[in-house]
Design a protein around this ligand. Sequence first.
Ligand SMILES: [Zn+2]
Length: 265
Amino acid sequence: MEPPEPGGGTRPQRGGTRKLGRPRVAAGRAGLGRGATMGLLLLLICLAMPATSSGELRAFVVAHSHMDVGWVYTVQESMHAYAANVYTSVIEELMKGKQRKFIAVEQEFFRLWWDAVATDTHKQQVHQLLQEGRLEFVIGGQVMHDEAVTLIDDQILQLTEGHGFLYETFGIRPQFSWHVDPFGASATTPTLFALAGFNAHLISRIDYDLKADMQKNKKLQFVWRGSPSLSESQEIFTHTMDQYSYCTPSQLPFSNRSEDFKKYA
Ligand SMILES: [Zn+2]
């Protein structure tokens, strides 16, 4: 059974009034999950900490973007339909509370938003949020590349393109990968990411029996050695997301319509 993926949304309307610039070529796409590509998703990372003496459980919630570049709709259609609004609303919402954090994943949409949609105020706020550590770029490539069909040259190209933009624009370099949606994980990707300087790698969609075995034996975290010939230079700490993947556990009232959620937002 396929892990559930939140999503939904409406078909993008063609045409629009805002010029968004020429779309860049994406080297791959993140996966083909039904409904996976629409809009902003919220991630609940429940890092189950030992219960405190009062019996409370500490949970850390980090919202993240998940907008598969080129899945179903063109980049321009996606920008007009939802992607531009995601970053506008994210920045505005982050500014409403110091406890709010967000990780941005797909560089393609952010870059188009930055170049043609963001106001000067938005740009100043992005710089501030980055400085405060409340906005973070993960992966930092133009896309979350597919691991089955994308050639290594294209993987490197799209990563270089995205990282170049981040460094030139903000002077930053992403520290962590976030490969939650490729359908299957190849050894090439962690090798490339280790060589690219990432501190840790995160995956989710792997063989179901393998994940069940890793869950049972508490092996969801491991050091991935993807290329024996490259030895230690390509080792990377890897975390495999647990049963909910990057989705919200269904038993939690986690939506912006929920009164329970508003208490913690
Ligand atoms: Zn996806």
